[in-house]
Design a protein around this ligand. Structure first.
Ligand code: GDP
Length: 195
């Protein structure tokens, strides 16, 4: 697998994170819900690409029909490329994520990020939660436990720190936790290849 997929609502810090990961300047912005072809970037040092799949998380103001077609596009892309995808990184705003998830949880509604988490799992793509903007979070452990809980990951969050939950502050370049988690998956894949 040589691809890392990155998703998240707008404003969670995807472009900032991508810039830190790749050393390239770019903008993941653009209109909410407008799907573009996945972009590929070299991850400095390591030999794989990072694809940014905009449009999944933030689709308010987008018509239902268009919304469904965006979702279908993304699902197709992931299905076709699942074998090549090392991890599916879901970028969250550490300060806002729980409120947003809870606001969108209801009888007929599953928040997009949760949906996507399970989609990754179903496709055999290890999901990774990059919890960004940790510099704005005071009650760090409590907040990370809440986030873990929303994704069905039994607290304490530290149990998931090796392979799933990576608290980061992209803006200050502190993304080591995410790099460690990605490396963890890379290494366990290499071990599997040797079997
Ligand atoms: P995108 O829409 O997901 O690509 O988000 P951007 O990378 O454009 O970031 C959105 C806003 O969040 C910008 O004002 C960033 O400076 C800010 N931001 C990104 N990462 C962090 C972070 O780790 N901490 C804080 N406090 N702000 C951040």
């Amino acid at each position: 697998a040589d691809e890392v997929v990155l998703v998240g609502r707008s404003n969670v810090g995807k472009s900032t994170l991508m810039r830190e990961l790749t050393g390239h300047q770019f903008d993941t912005g653009g209109k909410p819900g407008v799907t573009r072809q996945p972009n590929h970037y070299d991850w400095a040092g390591d030999d794989f690409v990072i694809s940014d799949l905009p449009g999944f998380g933030f689709m308010s103001g987008v018509e239902e029909e268009h919304r469904e077609s965006i979702k279908t596009d993304i699902v197709h892309y992931l299905e076709e490329n699942a074998d090549n995808i090392l991890v599916g990184v879901i970028v969250l705003d550490g300060k806002a994520a729980v409120d947003i998830i809870d606001r969108h949880s209801g009888e007929d509604e599953v928040p997009h990020v949760i949906d996507l988490y399970y989609l990754f799992e179903d496709l055999g793509i290890p999901p990774v939660l990059a919890v960004n903007k940790m510099d704005k979070v005071d009650d760090r452990d409590e907040r990370l436990n809440e986030i873990a809980d929303r994704f069905g990951l039994f607290p304490p969050w530290e149990q998931w720190a090796d392979d799933t939950i990576a608290p980061i502050t992209a803006k200050k370049g502190s993304i080591g936790a995410l790099e460690d988690v990605v490396r963890h998956h890379l290494e366990s894949e290499k071990r599997d290849d040797l079997k």
